[in-house]
Design a protein around this ligand. Structure first.
Ligand SMILES: [Zn+2]
Length: 244
């Protein structure tokens, strides 16, 4: 979603002989300044407002989308997925009301879905697609506990890489043992393993709630790696049961 926006800004900057800066913030401001001088509909918002910047009516969602006057704007990367979905980031961004998350997502899709903008200008349709994609990414990241932890860690400068090494030997042998049992076990045994694994997932999730509240990112990262492997086991159990 970022590429077309950057490309446009570069073109704008060259056309007006602005010096090219390296900071994205500068690009965003340059783009908004330029947009404000012509039309608000072209802007990228760096903060979300309760009322429409164009007509002043109260917006139906947290998104910069107004069905009243057809104002629509792209959302800058610096705005959190929580803000996009109208959910609180503080005091604990990991604690998310699943039912509210889903409702906010559906409401957001209703106003930003490209189908709702099908009869509007090409630029508006383009922006609607962009807003809708951002909303989808936000929903996807926040609806899964693992993706949610990864997102929060990423916002705090830490990454849970795909090939994060399992340094904890105890965890390695635990995972290997369970995997062997899944392969060898009968249905009853696998059901028991599934129950154990679900309990372990609940424990890790409780650890994460606490470690995120304490902003203990190292502990959160360790828990995220463990959750990733437990999710893998849950997936293997499901697969094995389906094959039986
Ligand atoms: Zn409006």
């Amino acid at each position: 979603m970022f590429r077309p926006f950057l490309a446009r800004v570069v073109v704008t900057a060259q056309a007006t002989h602005r010096p090219l800066a390296v900071s994205n913030g500068y690009y965003a401001r340059a783009f908004t300044d330029k947009a404000n001088s012509s039309s608000l509909k072209h802007s990228v918002v760096t903060s979300l407002t309760k009322t429409c910047p164009s007509c002043g009516t109260i917006l139906p969602t947290a998104l910069p989308v107004c069905p009243n006057c057809n104002y629509i704007a792209r959302i800058h990367d610096s705005i959190s997925y929580h803000d996009i979905l109208g959910l609180p980031y503080e005091p604990n961004p990991f604690v998310v009301d699943a039912a509210l998350l889903k409702r906010r997502f559906i409401e957001g899709q209703r106003v930003s879905h490209p189908d709702a903008w099908a009869t509007k200008s090409e630029l508006q349709r383009d922006i609607a697609l962009d807003v809708s994609n951002t909303l989808n990414a936000a929903y996807k990241a926040l609806s899964s506990p693992l993706h949610r932890i990864e997102y929060i860690l990423q916002r705090n400068g830490l990454m849970v890489a795909e090939a994060d090494p399992l340094e904890d030997l105890e965890l390695i042998s635990e995972i290997m043992e369970v995997r062997e049992e899944i392969e060898a076990g009968d249905v009853e045994r696998i059901r028991t393993l599934e129950e154990d694994n679900d309990n372990k997932i609940r424990e890790v999730v409780n650890t994460v709630i606490k470690s995120v509240a304490e902003k203990n990112w190292e502990e959160t990262k360790v828990a995220a790696v463990r959750l990733k492997y437990l999710n893998g086991i849950a997936e293997a159990i499901k697969q094995r049961l389906d094959d039986m």
